[in-house]
Design a protein around this ligand. Structure first.
Ligand code: UDP
Ligand code: MG
Length: 316
């Protein structure tokens, strides 16, 4: 059987403190995989420099010169983790049969690579790396991250629980990914839409050994909001539901105001004002909600997502 060429795709942003350690560990891992005949000797580690402001690119250049197992691509400026990852995957697709994406800090246990390759051998085109526990994350990171997955689920976005961007994708799956033309990239949401046979590989998540997190709270929040607004038009339809609720409340208020009037406690004009406020705000929200529904449709159209991806054809 022909051996598969594996490319590890690693986005790097200001990772000078980490790259040396990462390179050392991945070299051992890749050499072992090649020696044991698990992957083709043309396999590589592809670092993507996402416009780093430190010496990251110089280190990548030097590492590549010393050992061609390591390759690099340099983005013209910082485009963010998701875009850097996509750039790496699309570059790797030209040379590789399989890609595995990982973070430069190796917080994801690299032994997951073997488990992913097993799943690939079982016929999976996509294998999601899932964190089996988050014991080593801080309480805060764990809480925010898990709330994020729950919120996504509530908003109707299909994501794999506790799966970040550590995943195996075959060339076939990447061809599918290429057909998604959207600019607001949220890969965790897009990849499940590609389809094909998928699998899961569990791993322990470790602490970052060097350097600091490139995802501070502000970036995390932006990422979560991006994720929801790129995949769900639920917030828009929630406006319409709120409008309905307000109109309903206005009916109750109408009855209440009439009772108060009949009992005779109402100042003149009060009944009219109270009823109008509730009814008019209800109608306004409802109208906004209806406009929202149309905007939601336009939004889905402009994404130009592929309507289907054919897996197999039997035509003779
Ligand atoms: N990263 C990137 N561009 C950015 C921010 C981060 O390429 O603008 C990379 C970073 O180098 C790392 C990965 O994305 O390889 C994940 O970042 P990090 O480990 O800091 O996030 P955390 O694990 O803390 O969520
Ligand atoms: Mg990390």
């Amino acid at each position: 059987m022909k051996k598969s060429i594996l490319y590890l795709v690693i986005p790097c942003y200001n990772e000078e403190a980490m790259l040396g350690i990462t390179t050392e560990q991945l070299k051992i891992k890749m050499t072992n995989l090649i020696k044991s005949g698990r992957i083709d000797k043309k396999s590589k580690v592809l670092y993507v420099n996402d416009g780093s402001k430190d010496k990251t690119w110089e280190i990548i250049e030097k590492t590549h010169e010393e050992d061609h197992l390591f390759a690099g691509v340099k983005l013209s400026r910082n485009r963010g983790h998701q875009n850097a990852l996509l750039a790496g995957l699309m570059t790797a697709k030209k040379y590789a049969d399989i890609t595995i994406s990982m973070d430069a800090d190796l917080q994801d246990d690299i032994d997951v690579i073997d488990k992913m390759l097993d799943e690939y051998d079982n016929g999976c085109e996509i294998v999601y790396g899932v964190r089996s526990s988050r014991k080593k994350d801080t309480w805060f990171k764990r809480f925010t991250a898990e709330s994020f997955y729950k919120l996504m689920h509530l908003m109707g976005v299909e994501v794999v629980f506790n799966h970040a961007d550590c995943r195996l994708m075959s060339k076939k799956a990447l061809d599918g990914l290429e057909q998604f033309e959207e600019v607001n990239l949220f890969l965790r949401g897009i990849v499940p839409q590609i389809g094909y046979k998928t699998g899961v590989a569990y791993y322990e998540r470790n602490e970052r050994v060097a350097g600091e997190s490139k995802y501070p709270l502000k970036k995390m929040l932006k990422f979560a909001i991006d994720g929801i607004t790129s995949f769900s038009i639920k917030p828009l339809s929630m406006i319409a539901s709120l409008g309905f609720l307000m109109v309903f409340v206005s009916l109750i208020m109408l009855v209440y105001a009439l009772i108060v009037k009949i009992i005779g406690n109402a100042v003149s004009g009060w009944t009219f004002i109270i009823c109008s406020i509730w009814l008019v705000s209800g109608i306004q929200l409802l109208s906004l909600g209806i406009i929202g529904e149309y905007i939601g449709k336009i939004y889905n159209e402009v994404k130009h997502r592929p309507r289907y991806i054919i897996e197999e054809e039997l035509i003779k």
